[in-house]
Design a protein around this ligand. Structure first.
Ligand SMILES: Cc1cc2nc3c(=O)[nH]c(=O)nc-3n(C[C@H](O)[C@H](O)[C@H](O)COP(=O)(O)OP(=O)(O)OC[C@H]3O[C@@H](n4cnc5c(N)ncnc54)[C@H](O)[C@@H]3O)c2cc1C
Ligand code: SF4
Length: 325
């Protein structure tokens, strides 16, 4: 690990004083990357003691989650378990108990990809070293993306939590150096790789995530299904966060987000449009999967994700609409 300066912030305002500093929260991703010298920040600002670990009710019936709420606390919160079970299940499907105790809401949104070439400083990786090339496209790409990729990068975003939050229309609240505060809908938070895969979000240097807001839960049943190589402690090959309401025998609303498929928690309005107004059943589910996968591209070892995504989406839709009135 390279030498770095370290400071602890007592308030969010104090944390955003130095635009060149990097924040450390639970440290479960950043420290690993520093040990491998994938990331070499000159200065760390420890935000772990900021007063941002509360989950509060907000006026519209939603919840405001502090950026430092540990993943385990968020998953166990009775309001999350009762009203946002898709989020609770997604969190519990991630990492391990010990990691979830350390991992924070803000850090989870900003964890880096698990592409093996990104972690291997001997490999070519445009995300780690812009302009160096991408060993993922032609190499071991089993876990890499099939949607939203570019010539420069085909990495996936690894978070489970963010997929559920995307289905729930979460909003990220930030504080920038200089004091400006922003509300950024999660749909606008992540960037496609294009030819700058090293820039992953719309956050500016030194901008701190303070909270994530969830609006009141959408109508309907909720679930999160994660397909992975092991029963636990593995990242998603494909995951689906779903919220679907059925009224009078027709799908009245649907909110579906996908993990393991793209460089960001993936949501596509065409998938939901293919379902709304239709009777639940194989025809509607197939149309939704067709819409999701119309532009999918495999890179060899990850070709299997295309049929796997179809089957996982279909299984989630069956579960959410079975016996629904
Ligand atoms: C073995 C292993 C298995 C895992 N499995 C899964 C899994 O299955 N599913 C899954 O979703 N995750 C998984 N994870 C990832 C884990 O969830 C993340 O490492 C964790 O959520 C990151 O949170 P943190 O607080 O530790 O972030 P840190 O490591 O402290 O920070 C991560 C990044 O976020 C930035 N940051 C942190 N907080 C803020 C903030 N408030 N504002 C602005 N920037 C901030 C940091 O500067 C850094 O760039 C796994 C991790 C490991 C090590
Ligand atoms: S897929 Fe992206 S992260 Fe992986 S090697 Fe290529 S550029 Fe790097």
């Amino acid at each position: 690990m390279k030498l770095f300066d370290y400071a602890r912030a007592d308030t969010p305002e104090a944390a955003v004083q130095d635009m060149s500093a990097r924040f450390i929260a639970g440290g479960t991703n950043l420290l690993d990357l520093m040990k491998l010298q994938v990331e070499t920040p000159a200065k760390l600002v420890d935000i772990s003691r900021l007063d941002l670990a509360e989950i509060e009710k907000i006026d519209d019936g939603g919840l405001r989650i502090g950026a430092l709420v540990p993943n385990s606390d968020l998953a166990a919160d009775p309001r999350v378990r009762d009203r946002y079970p898709v989020l609770s299940r997604a969190l519990l499907a991630g990492a391990s108990g010990q990691l979830r105790n350390k991992a924070t809401t803000g850090g989870n949104l900003l964890q880096r990809t698990r592409c093996g070439y990104f972690y291997d400083t001997h490999a070519r990786c445009n995300k780690r070293e812009p302009g160096s090339g991408c060993d993922g496209r032609e190499g071991f790409n089993r876990i890499l993306a099939i949607l939203g990729t570019s010539e420069a990068c085909i990495a996936t975003h690894p978070s489970d939590m963010a997929v559920a939050m995307r289905a729930l229309d979460a909003v990220v609240l930030t504080l920038a150096p200089g004091g400006d505060r922003r509300r950024i809908p999660l749909r606008d938070f992540y960037r496609l790789p294009g030819d700058t895969p090293q820039i992953e979000t719309v956050l500016q240097p030194g901008e701190l995530i303070t909270h994530v807001e969830l609006p009141a839960p959408p109508a309907g049943r909720q679930t999160y299904r994660k397909v992975r190589d092991r029963a636990s402690y593995a990242f998603a090959l494909v995951s689906v966060a779903g919220v679907v309401a059925v009224e009078d025998g027709k799908i009245a609303s649907a909110s579906l987000a996908f993990g393991g498929l793209g460089p960001m928690p993936w949501r596509d309005a065409a998938v939901e449009a293919a379902l709304v107004g239709q009777a639940p059943g194989d025809a509607a589910f197939a149309a939704a999967a067709d819409a999701l996968l119309a532009d999918a591209q495999g890179y060899g070892e990850n070709d299997f994700k295309i049929p796997l995504a179809r089957r996982t989406l279909t299984a989630v839709l069956r579960e959410l609409t079975e016996d629904a009135a």
